[in-house]
Design a protein around this ligand. Sequence first.
Ligand code: ZN
Length: 71
Amino acid sequence: MAAVAEVLSTVASQPDPRGCELPTCPVCADSMVAAEASAYLSDHVISYLWTCDTCGYGFVTRHALKKFACN
Ligand SMILES: [Zn+2]
């Protein structure tokens, strides 16, 4: 498997709830379509494994799951 780098993603509190934040490849800037795998690191942190179809670069993102703030 390709080398895997770890990218810590901070979840921004964006007003658009539909915004599914798909990462881009840090090597060739291609857009990731779907994560290859996901894993819960804890109750509030999920990590996704991404592999770039264009250059084969693999990386992991971590996302903190926040409570939904509904007005
Ligand atoms: Zn790439």
